[in-house]
Design a protein around this ligand. Structure first.
Ligand code: GDP
Ligand code: MG
Length: 430
């Protein structure tokens, strides 16, 4: 598991045309991976239908190759699945926490209190969980650590009464967070209570807390809470565990909201704003698609490197230099390969990792060459090497090294021409 999708994308990258079979294959693998990550089956089907349709119908924008185009569609549709970007305002507000018992509401209440406190706002917290014994102690302990006032009435069974008095008590706070009860299952009583609390507090936000490990049930929970109090944000907890959080996406879809925060540990500091790219990478079990696409675009503009000409056999030292520059802009080759969904590379990983200093030396060397030598490095013999090294203030070994680089790259291009492109990020991106 996990490698499946990489393989599918790799296969796609190796294809000379993106046909229906190639897209079908990718889509099947994508479906499998997402369903294994707890994403709701219906959502997965909708997503993959769209990806398929767009991949086959849309023309790639000018200058973008078919493979990159398909990868971009996959990325865009996944981002779409993450829902709206939720903006967290640093102003006065009341937040009502919703979710079943054990989802992480109380812990997240503490974390949110800390979050807003760090932003310089006066925060207060109310414990309205009248169901779980020790609920107040749990929340007070958290709040004491960061000096946030916490209102509660241990033993009291009327949540509405607690919140009424709590709001009076904490009248001077800017951000008020209300922690509620959550039972094992959704009961009418629970729903009625949270509706009452929502009305009473005129909550600015009603955030639903979902355990990352929650699977297909997430949808029904989200639906019930959404019907009751109009959920406007989802928080995924326990993302520090092995679960990928795919279940929470059905909560996003049900509520038409987005993911606000992600809980990443048991301490009060372990709360992060949602990062769609990181989430997608984790969901798919592969590198960062967007970073890859962006870097590829920045690094390689089609005017700079004429891949087709090179594939046809024309490959000069100047081409090599441009290639090296493009590779260098993309960052260390190893890192780039890590982002690429390509596993096997027929090259030593550091084959073209050239430092800036070395690039400069190469430039001096090339400046001392004649046009003929640049276009056709094959003519560079012993005496020419001497002349070039003297002229450029480099050593003959450095000149030989440059020629060696050239030959390695030329060989790679030849293999590609013969073997239908086993590896090349240029091909991948064109
Ligand atoms: P509640 O019943 O919804 O209030 O849930 P709690 O806040 O009491 O959390 C239930 C359990 O999950 C506790 O043991 C928490 O420490 C744990 N928990 C909550 N959020 C996280 C998280 O982001 N990461 C980890 N590892 N544990 C969490
Ligand atoms: Mg609780």
């Amino acid at each position: 598991f996990g490698t499946g999708l990489k393989d599918a994308v790799k296969k796609l990258a190796g294809k000379s045309v993106i046909d229906k079979a190639a897209v079908d294959e990718l889509v099947r693998d994508l479906q499998r991976v997402l369903i294994q990550s707890d994403v709701n089956v219906k959502l997965v089907m909708e997503l993959t239908t769209t990806i398929k349709k767009r991949s086959l119908e849309e023309e790639p924008p000018k200058g973008m190759g078919a493979r990159e185009h398909v990868l971009r569609i996959v990325y865009e549709e996944l981002v779409h699945l993450m829902g709206e970007e939720v903006d967290v305002r640093l102003e006065s507000q009341t937040i009502l926490m919703a979710g079943l018992q054990g989802s992480g509401k109380t812990t997240t209440t503490g974390k949110l209190a800390r979050y807003f406190q760090r932003k310089g706002l006066r925060v207060g917290v109310i414990c309205a969980d009248v169901f779980r014994p020790g609920a107040y102690d749990q929340l007070t302990t958290l709040c004491q650590k960061v000096n946030v006032p916490c209102y509660g009435e241990p033993g009291e069974t009327d949540a509405v009464g607690i919140v009424t008095r709590g709001m009076e008590e904490l009248a001077g706070t800017e951000v008020l967070i209300i922690d509620t009860q959550g039972r094992h299952a959704l009961e009418d009583e629970l729903i009625e209570e949270i509706i009452a609390l929502n009305e009473l507090s005129s909550a600015t936000h009603r955030w639903l807390v979902i355990d990352a490990a929650l699977g297909q049930q997430a949808r029904e929970q989200a639906r019930r809470f959404h019907e009751a109090i109009d959920i406007d944000g989802v928080i995924i907890t326990k993302m520090d565990g092995t679960a990928k959080g795919g279940g929470a996406l059905s909560a996003v879809a049900e509520t038409g909201s987005g993911i606000v925060f992600v809980g990443s540990g048991e301490t009060i500091e372990d709360l992060e704003r949602f990062d769609p790219d990181g989430f997608i990478s984790r969901l798919l079990g592969m590198g960062d698609l967007r970073a890859l696409i962006e870097r590829a675009e920045e690094a390689i503009s089609p005017e700079d490197v004429d891949v087709n000409a090179m594939l046809k056999g024309k490959f000069t030292l100047r081409d090599m230099y441009k290639q090296l520059e493009a590779l260098k802009k993309m960052g260390p080759l190893k890192q780039v390969m890590g982002m690429l969904p390509l596993g096997n590379v027929d090259l030593p990983q550091d084959a073209f990792d050239v430092t800036s200093v070395k690039m400069d030396r190469f430039k001096y060397i090339m400046d001392s060459m004649t046009s003929e030598e640049l276009d056709n490095p094959g003519v560079i013999s012993g005496s020419r090497i001497q002349r070039i090294s003297m002229g450029s203030g480099t050593s003959p070994d450095e000149v030989r090294e440059l020629i060696k680089y050239y030959k390695t790259m030329q060989r790679t291009l030849k293999t590609m021409r013969g073997g239908q492109g086993k590896f090349n990020m240029q091909r991948m991106m064109k």
